[in-house]
Ligand binder design. Structure first.
Ligand code: NAP
Length: 433
């Protein structure tokens, strides 16, 4: 029996555990311990996926199935580097897999970026998703216009949450504190700004198509920008399927008749932010207007600016550094998931912040294949119980099930899938109940 520690109870961690379970046979058995810093598992499925996208969250059923297997144990409320060291874990386990994601928001590196009410999606998304560390994110929503920088799905999630009528979130598991604040929000115009053209946008088509269905918000895209992009893409050669779907979805939005409602969401392309201006607080963003020339995005030499009272940068994430690993281009230094000796990585920590939740399935399977190839004789060791201080409060699977049941019951009463608890101590106490 090989002892495996997976650090990080997000999608990558669970799909890695599942791949290990599936790789077992009469001669190959794994005892899997999943270690998680928070008192709750499920990672981005709990604190990243937008509350108005409940279908995506149903993947948690797969995670719970993995957790029900007899060779799986959850050790939540255990922090790597604080409660256990990476070196000790590596001594105690045959294999250690870091599935710790990428939680640090990338910076634009432009003047004024640190003005008040200039936030990163890495702070804003966990705020509205009830992450215990982000309850106090200071987002002032008393302005009329918000700008979201980046043309990816996170930018779209953030913009949608700001632009929709908050009553549309009543029946979701959005954080209670966020719903309250969103209901007082004065924001009526949200502008997403991508630095390249529509043909380079990182949105995916299902998310774009969802925008056209918003009931209380008009969505605007400049039709000429889309038709120009289609023309450029056609000149460049055969348009591949995903891009074709994206451009079609954007074209539909551009041509879609408007409801003439108060709430507006606009997607602008070819706009690179060059400066945030304001007196302590963000008031204006200066953009370089770009154009596409011979397939390359270049500045047109002209600037324009947008007045706004909130800006959220959603331009990607980096993995966080900790003792025993190095970070290269935002992810843990690794080759095909192998870091060194018995240390591996999966998910965003391995490949960077790309791909949807399902991408982790095949990715984790590939890393597990490599792990199986490299296995030596199993160690005789105690595992994590030898490392944790006596009295350390672990949220194990049973405790998590109590938290989960309590949240779901509160949700049933309120007509929501769940009401998330945000207070760390209260979460621990629910696990004890
Ligand atoms: P992303 O898809 O990589 O998009 C990042 C965006 O930021 C790109 O448009 C990028 O533009 C832009 N950007 C980067 N640096 C910039 C800079 N210095 N100035 C201006 N713009 C800059 O990242 P993400 O939106 O954080 O999403 C991460 C992953 O999660 C993606 O794979 C996404 O599909 C996935 N996700 C999926 C869902 C869903 O399925 N519903 C929801 C959320 C996230 P360039 O292309 O020009 O670099």
């Amino acid at each position: 029996m090989y002892k495996v520690a997976i650090v990080g109870a997000g999608p990558a961690g669970y799909f890695t555990a599942q791949a290990l379970q599936n790789a077992q046979n009469d001669r190959l058995l794994f005892a899997i311990d999943m270690i998680e810093r928070l008192p709750t598992p499920w990672g981005l499925v709990r604190s990243g996926v937008a509350p108005d996208h409940p279908k995506i969250k149903t993947v948690s059923k797969v995670f719970e199935k993995v957790a029900k297997e007899p060779n799986f144990r959850l050790f939540a409320n255990v922090e790597l580097g604080k409660d256990v060291s990476l070196r000790d874990l590596r001594d105690q386990y045959d294999v250690v897999i870091l599935s710790t994601g990428a939680s640090k928001g990338r910076k634009l590196g432009i003047p004024g970026e640190d003005l008040d009410n200039s936030l990163s999606a890495a702070e804003f998304v966990p705020w509205y998703n009830a992450h215990p560390d982000y309850v106090n994110t200071e987002a002032d929503l008393s302005c009329d216009t918000a700008v979201v920088i980046g043309a990816g799905n996170v930018a779209m999630d953030v913009a949608r949450i700001l632009a929709i009528d908050p009553t549309e979130l009543d029946s979701t598991d959005v954080a209670e504190h966020a719903l309250l604040k969103l209901k007082q929000s004065k924001i009526r115009t949200v502008i997403i700004c991508g630095r390249r053209g529509p043909e380079h946008a990182a949105f995916t088509a299902p998310e774009l198509r969802d925008l056209a269905k918003l009931e209380n918000t008009d969505v605007y895209i400049n039709n000429k920008q889309i038709q120009d992009a289609i023309e450029r893409a056609n000149i460049a050669g055969e348009i591949e399927k995903d891009l074709k779907n994206n451009l079609e979805a954007m074209s539909l939005i551009a041509k879609h008749s408007k409801k003439s409602v108060e709430r507006k969401l606009e997607i602008k392309f070819l706009a690179t932010p060059i400066e945030f201006k304001g007196n302590n607080k963000i008031e204006e963003i200066v953009f370089a207007q770009n154009k596409v020339e011979n397939g390359k995005v270049v500045s047109s030499g002209e600037n324009f600016s947008i007045k706004c009272g909130l800006v959220i940068s959603a331009i990607g994430y980096d993995s966080v550094e900790y003792p025993g690993i190095t970070i290269e281009n935002g992810r843990i230094t690794n080759i095909a998931g192998h870091i060194e000796h018995n240390l591996y990585t999966t998910g965003w920590a391995k490949r960077g912040p790309t791909g949807v939740i399902g991408t982790n399935k095949s990715d984790s399977r590939d890393v597990v294949d490599l792990i199986v190839k490299n296995l030596k004789e199993p160690k005789v060791s105690e595992g994590i119980t030898a490392l944790l201080k006596s009295g350390h409060e672990v949220i194990d699977q049973l405790a998590w099930e109590k938290i989960n049941a309590s949240e779901v019951i509160s949700g049933e009463i309120a007509g929501k899938p769940r009401v998330k608890e945000v207070d760390w101590k209260q979460l621990l106490s629910l696990g004890r109940s």
